[in-house]
Design a protein around this ligand. Structure first.
Ligand SMILES: [Zn+2]
Length: 233
């Protein structure tokens, strides 16, 4: 069916090209979601090039991680915020896969992520995932898995209680309530592994910290982290 409709879709695109998911201004090349100028100028952190960087600093004294990095800098009303908004709330799940693919190629070029065995996305609450139709962190994990040639475990972690409206709570309140929220669903494949824990954006880090602490309870496990963006305050 898709093949059959392709010529019509091509024609449609010629007259009604969709707009870039970052700037909402230019039309991206056919089959892509981000326009060429955005692709070249979105604010990359390059944190993956250093073992210690502002990403890993955020977890210092909180949880032991091997390596950590984010692809882009997130700021209120910048194009990265627009990208993440489209990924989370406008059903544009393919953007997560695209960015995962892109970041995976970059991470593979540094020694810091070379010993990662498998990728685990931060889970959404099942109710939330049903409503959204997908977990945006899992989309990022799928892209990373493909370009890094490392498997990902979708259901390794599970959110066991609803932590309502994370963004509206203070950091202290969140620290108190996130701790009991994650459980390991499949223990065996994770034991003794170097796990790359992935999420869409790093803000306070309390969710990633809670997940990492859980994974580090497993014998012989190590944790690194990667996100699409990091919020710099
Ligand atoms: Zn653009």
């Amino acid at each position: 069916m898709r093949k059959l409709l392709q010529p019509f879709e091509d024609l449609l695109y010629l007259f009604f090209p969709h707009l870039c998911l970052a700037c909402s201004h230019n039309a991206p090349p056919y089959g892509e979601d981000i326009c060429t100028p955005c692709r070249a100028t979105l604010p990359e952190t390059n944190f993956h090039l250093s073992k210690e960087n502002p990403f890993t600093d955020r977890f210092w004294g909180r949880v032991k991680i091997e390596s950590g990095a984010a692809l882009y800098l997130f700021a209120k009303s910048n194009r990265v915020q627009q990208l993440l908004h489209n990924l989370k709330y406008n059903g544009k799940k393919e953007i997560g896969i695209t960015l995962g693919l892109r970041y995976g190629y970059m991470l593979k070029k540094t020694p810091h992520f070379a010993s990662v065995d498998l990728i685990v996305p931060v889970p959404l609450h099942p109710k939330k995932e049903r409503m959204r139709g997908y977990n945006q962190s899992e989309m990022f994990a799928i892209g990373l898995s493909e370009s890094m040639k490392i498997p990902y475990h979708k259901d390794a972690l599970q959110r066991v209680q609803h932590s309502d409206s994370q963004t509206k709570k203070s950091r202290m309140a969140r620290l108190g309530n996130v701790e009991t929220v994650f459980e390991i669903k499949k223990v065996k494949p994770l034991e003794g592994k170097h796990i790359l824990l992935v999420d869409d954006v790093l803000t306070t880090g309390s969710t990633l910290e809670a997940c990492a602490n859980k994974l580090l309870e497993l014998p012989g496990s190590k944790v690194s982290m990667a996100t699409i963006a990091i919020a710099i305050h």
